[in-house]
Design a protein around this ligand. Structure first.
Ligand code: HGY
Ligand code: MN
Ligand code: MN
Length: 409
């Protein structure tokens, strides 16, 4: 095993994350959306880091950076470099930076790592288009071409954005890694939850990535004058949406292991003196058990339709995407746990409530995730924080994992 200075690795990671975090569409908050000029600048910086670490760099038709070393069956490492709106600087980029620093550290020490491909994905969050995990889906050979018609908030389609990014949708199929060449996919990511902190442990091994369902609801009532329409004559779409949002919360609170979030709610026309005639709202519902999630969605839809009927609102419910719960490979979990122990820490096994590119990569090969403690479990929030020490330990554990890894198909 090569000598490691995890504190130095933590400092290098923090400096790289700071540099990436400065690449944002907005000076006051971190926003770096898929196929935007900021994605381009971040991709160029990551490509430079990959080259400096000794990797051969290419970019696929969806803008995913690919850093290769060695031939044949290989270990896949990576995460995403696009962010949510008003993001923290660790969610996604930490996984890419950790993998780059692990490879750099091994090569500088003269080690002979197995064949590796490092991937920096661009559409994990689904913050621009109502898709998610589309770039890792392409690597896994599961890209759904219908996504090319999806439009962003400005009405730009996924295909148009790809063209503006200099990409050709006809080449998406070439992003796929042949099945026999993907030995495993391992991702380092902040936990985005409170478990590791509650156990006073810096690192965890993910057992499964919970499944999720995302819906968009369109409610239509009747716009009207806020001052003249009596309450009993209103068809207020926002009041209906509010009642539906509380039903989602009630179903999740009363269910076992369910979480439900209405994160997007857009009243139209959104003026103070107009009764909202239309509302577009989202539902994100997750559970470790797929059947529990599906039952909760059925219950939610039934109650949402009943509320709309009682309020004389029209309602459309659209399934945006659904991900089944994904198990992490048991053998890889054990090897990650051993790598964490090699850093002198006790590995914690835990499920991931957040989705990750590993869900798509599991269609290609066995997957595993190494979680890093984050302060207060806060994420999707600029207050997101992982300590330099914990990040250094994560990179050290990844190095120990790679040292013992044999890339078999
Ligand atoms: O929403 C999620 O689960 C992930 O952070 N994109
Ligand atoms: Mn993430
Ligand atoms: Mn995220």
């Amino acid at each position: 095993m090569i000598p490691l200075d995890s504190a130095a690795l933590g400092r290098r990671a923090e400096a790289m994350l700071e540099e990436l975090a400065a690449i944002s569409a907005d000076p006051d908050r971190l926003v770096r959306l898929f196929l935007t000029p900021e994605h381009r600048r971040a991709g160029d910086l990551v490509a430079q880091w990959m080259r400096e670490a000794g990797l051969e760099v290419s970019e696929d038709a969806l803008g995913t950076l690919r850093g290769r070393m060695g031939q044949g069956p290989r270990l896949l490492l990576g995460s995403h470099i696009e962010t949510v709106i008003d993001a923290g600087k660790y969610d996604g980029p930490l996984g890419v930076v950790a993998a780059i620093l692990a490879v750099d550290t091994l090569l500088r020490a003269g080690a002979k790592p197995p064949a590796i491909e490092l991937l920096a994905f661009g559409d994990e969050e689904g913050s621009r288009f109502p898709s998610t995990l589309s770039t890792s889906a392409a690597v896994a050979g599961a890209f759904d071409r219908k996504q090319l018609e999806l439009k962003d908030a400005a009405g730009v389609s996924y295909a148009e954005a790809l063209g503006a990014y200099g990409k050709n949708p006809d080449e998406i199929a070439r992003a796929e890694i042949p099945r026999g060449e993907a030995a495993a996919y391992v991702e380092v990511h902040i936990e985005q939850g409170p478990v590791l902190e509650s156990k006073s442990q810096p690192l965890g091994v993910v057992t499964a990535i919970v499944g999720q369902t995302r819906l968009v609801l369109n409610l239509t009532g009747e716009a009207g004058h806020a001052g003249t329409v009596p309450m009993n004559l209103r068809r207020d779409a926002l009041a209906g949406a509010a009642e539906i949002a509380l039903v989602a919360e009630k179903i999740a609170r009363e269910g076992a292991g369910l979480v439900a979030t209405v994160g997007m709610l857009e009243p139209y026309p959104g003026a103070m003196n107009i009764i909202p005639g239309r509302v577009r709202m989202s539902l994100d519902l997750r559970a470790a058990a797929d059947e529990a999630r599906r039952a909760a969605i059925r219950q939610f839809e039934e109650q949402a339709r009943a509320i709309a009927k009682r309020r004389h609102l029209e309602i459309e419910i659209e399934l945006i995407h659904e991900l089944a719960t994904t198990s992490c490979d048991a053998g890889l979990q054990d090897r990650l746990a051993a790598a964490i122990e090699a850093t002198g820490r006790k590995p914690v096994r835990l499920a991931s409530g957040a989705a990750h590119d590993g869900v798509m990569m599991a269609k290609l090969c066995p997957v595993a995730m190494l979680f890093v403690r984050c302060k207060g479990g806060v994420s999707h929030n600029p207050a997101e924080y992982a300590s330099l020490e914990d990040m250094g330990l994560a990179i050290a554990a990844l190095v120990r994992f790679i040292e013992k890894f044999e890339a078999r198909p």
